[in-house]
Write a protein that binds this ligand. Structure first.
Ligand code: S3P
Length: 175
């Protein structure tokens, strides 16, 4: 039984790499945000608007405990998942956790291009966005760094490089 779990900041490519890795290894791909949205029949943005971040984090933890029991999966978490409750310890118990690590500048570029509505970033000017990412990354890295493996994704900006990340992830996992 295999359970591979991807963590990292928003815009680090968890969903993109996770999908490609699952396809390559013949595992089923799950994205925690999508799982939450289909179980609750609401978007993440709607949940934030209705219940605030604290309400979202409760739901996120409960949904994490459902999905991280499934077998033979690749699971991409939300950027904040490892940083609340005992989620990081739980993730480490449940599978092989890989942190997709990127610098604030790289994440910023990815997030500017991204189309997903992210409640934590909504309404920020470019200057506010980059300083928010820098500050939040500094607070979150201590949690992310508890992952068993780390994959540097600073250079993952084209499809070619997604394949490179998949190859590197397989090497880390000795697959
Ligand atoms: C969040 C990241 C999002 C989503 C929510 C909160 C965060 O997931 O869970 O908007 O706190 O970093 P992605 O990392 O997939 O964007």
């Amino acid at each position: 039984m295999r359970r591979i779990i991807l963590i990292g900041y928003m815009g680090s490519g968890k969903t993109t790499v996770g999908k490609a890795l699952a396809r390559e290894l013949g595992l089923v791909f799950y994205d925690l945000d999508w799982y939450i949205e289909s179980r609750r029949r609401k978007t993440v943005a709607q949940i934030f608007a209705e219940r605030g971040e604290a309400g979202f984090r409760e739901i996120e933890r409960n949904m994490l405990h459902e999905v991280a029991e499934f077998e033979d999966i690749v699971l991409s978490c939300g950027g904040g998942t490892p940083c609340f409750f005992d989620n990081m310890e739980y993730l480490n118990q449940q599978g092989d956790v890989i942190w997709l690590k990127a610098d604030a500048e790289v994440l910023y570029k990815h997030l500017l291009m991204g189309k997903t509505e992210r409640p934590l970033l909504k309404g920020k000017s470019p200057e506010e966005l980059i300083s928010f990412i820098r500050e939040q990354l500094a607070l979150r890295e201590p949690f992310y760094s508890k992952a068993k493996h780390m994959l540097d994704v600073n250079l993952m900006d084209t499809y070619d490089k997604i394949n490179i990340s998949v190859t590197k992830a397989k090497e880390l996992l000795q697959l």
